[in-house]
Design a protein around this ligand. Structure first.
Ligand code: GLN
Length: 485
């Protein structure tokens, strides 16, 4: 049953081949037997899931079901779920029970999706390997000695190991796409503002965006479509009408103009990843698409610009965790200053503290112009580069990540080498563009992701290209074997 796609599960439910309670139990059992090893879930909400599944079965019987009614899903533990522990993988929120649900969660509840639990992640979504969780690292089902990528590593590992058919993730600088690449799953982050951020614990508000990690572009399109839309509770959510996605993916690659930036193939890209990505581009070409060189002259500045803007926003957003209103509070504070100081240094892990310190520094009076303002200018230039490229091409493609999954612990002592993992993803986030990662082969037995980037609000074009590719290749159906599978 766990080998079926969401669309197949949905058809099976409608035909009465199985009930939602049955599939929910099946996936809960899989979590029960694999989660100790993979550490993909922080919280499993078994009782809630079985209740939702029973309600979904009723709804299916009554004939009022949506395609996602009765489908097991998981939420990254950054999304508030009413009455459920929501930790952001931080000691700061270890025992926090959300008093309301994120808009995304409500939307998926309303269509009758069944939440199995909350997935592990890098603390406050800061990281590229999922090693920064206070609940311990997530392991990659393809090789349990390796990282699954981050920060939505729990969601990606859970989908790759089929502990759940599909999951939410969030992407501030690549956290949906990079773990999707490293686990052989399909991940999409839509245009900034496409999905409400209400109830999604904030990291860097001008970049944060929810997304989906699933087994195929078609499955991801179905879930994404359900999550999108304007929300009065998030003034940055877009009023642009939501396009139908999952029924609109068929089409033709003939005439599609694909931009291939040379910076995506410059130094730092591993040979194995390069070979698979080039082969994938050839598939597009053989289906009638045209490959065109495009230049993104400021993209090499995206990592430094991102690692100024994101920490700046995080230092402001995370100031709310002060040990007073909610979150971890130290024992026996001497005075208010001691309360803040100790609660925060005990509650936050090292990467979060590093970001808060960096952010506070780049926003401080003497350095604001030199760092923060300059980074914002670079952000505009990067956006302008993409806009210029999209005057010539429909989509831009390249690798999602410079390497395949790396061994646990390999980069934990060297933050800069960890940040360089984000070299292809953060520029897209700074420009607010929609982008997906789809599996495009294996290198030494580990998955490689193809990065598909669209112009603002062109989610459908991105997913449709991914879907067309998945119609003529079977990389998305490859499964990990062995211990973590
Ligand atoms: N790896 C990036 C970071 O550490 C992106 C994280 C994300 O997208 N949440 O900030």
């Amino acid at each position: 049953m766990h080998r079926l796609s969401v669309l197949e599960l949905s058809r099976g439910l409608a035909a009465g081949d199985f009930s939602s309670v049955e599939i929910t139990r099946h996936f809960l059992d899989r979590i029960g037997s694999s989660n100790d090893l993979l550490n993909a879930f922080i919280t499993v909400t078994e009782e809630r899931a079985l209740e939702q599944a029973a309600a979904a079965d009723q709804r299916i019987k009554q004939g009022t079901a949506h395609a996602l009614t009765g489908i097991p899903i998981a939420h990254k533990d950054i999304l508030c779920v009413d009455g459920v522990r929501t930790t952001c993988a931080s000691k700061m929120l270890e025992s926090f029970v959300a008093p309301y649900s994120a808009t995304v969660v409500e939307k998926l509840d309303q269509v009758g999706a069944v939440m199995l639990g909350k997935t592990n992640m890098d603390e406050f979504a800061m990281g590229s390997s999922n090693e920064n969780s206070c609940f311990g690292p997530v392991r990659n089902p393809w090789d349990v000695s390796r990282v699954p990528g981050g920060s939505s590593g729990g969601s990606a590992a859970a989908v790759a190991a089929r502990l759940v058919p599909i999951s939410t993730g969030t992407d501030t600088g690549g956290s949906v796409r990079q773990p999707a690449a490293l686990t052989g799953t399909t991940g999409i982050k839509p245009t900034y503002g496409r999905i409400s951020r209400y109830g999604m614990i904030a990291f860097a508000s001008s970049l944060d965006q929810a997304g989906v990690i699933g087994q195929s572009a078609a499955d991801a399109a179905l879930m994404l479509e359900t999550m999108c839309g304007f929300d009065t509770k998030d003034s940055t959510s877009s009023q642009q009408p939501v396009e139908a996605l999952h029924n609109e993916l068929e089409g033709d690659l003939k005439g599609l103009r694909i931009g291939v930036p040379d910076v995506f193939f410059a130094e730092g890209l591993s040979d194995g990843v390069k070979a698979q990505v080039e082969a994938a581009l050839n598939v597009f070409e053989s289906q009638g698409a045209t490959l065109l060189q495009v230049s993104l002259p400021h993209l090499h500045l995206s990592v430094p610009a991102y690692y100024v803007v994101a920490p700046a926003e995080c230092s402001s957003n995370l100031s709310r965790f002060d040990g007073v209103r909610f979150g971890h509070r130290c024992d026996n504070p001497k005075d208010l200053d001691d309360l803040y100081r100790r609660s925060r240094s005990e509650g936050f892990g090292p990467e979060v503290l590093r970001r808060i310190l960096t952010g506070t520094f780049v926003l401080s009076a003497g350095y604001y112009d030199a760092y923060y303002k300059k980074a914002q200018r670079v952000r505009r230039l990067i956006n302008a580069d993409f806009q210029q490229a999209f005057e010539q091409v429909d989509l831009i493609m390249g690798p999602t990540s410079p390497t395949t999954a790396f061994p646990l612990g390999e980069k934990t002592d060297d933050p800069v080498s960890m940040y360089l993992n984000d070299i292809y993803t953060v520029g897209v986030s700074l420009a607010g563009l929609p982008a997906a990662s789809i599996p495009c082969g294996l290198s030494e037995g580990l998955p490689v992701g193809l990065h598909i980037i669209g112009d603002h609000f062109c989610e459908r074009k991105v997913l449709s290209a991914g879907h067309q590719f998945q119609q003529v290749t079977d990389f998305h159906t490859l499964r990990p074997e062995g211990e973590g599978a």
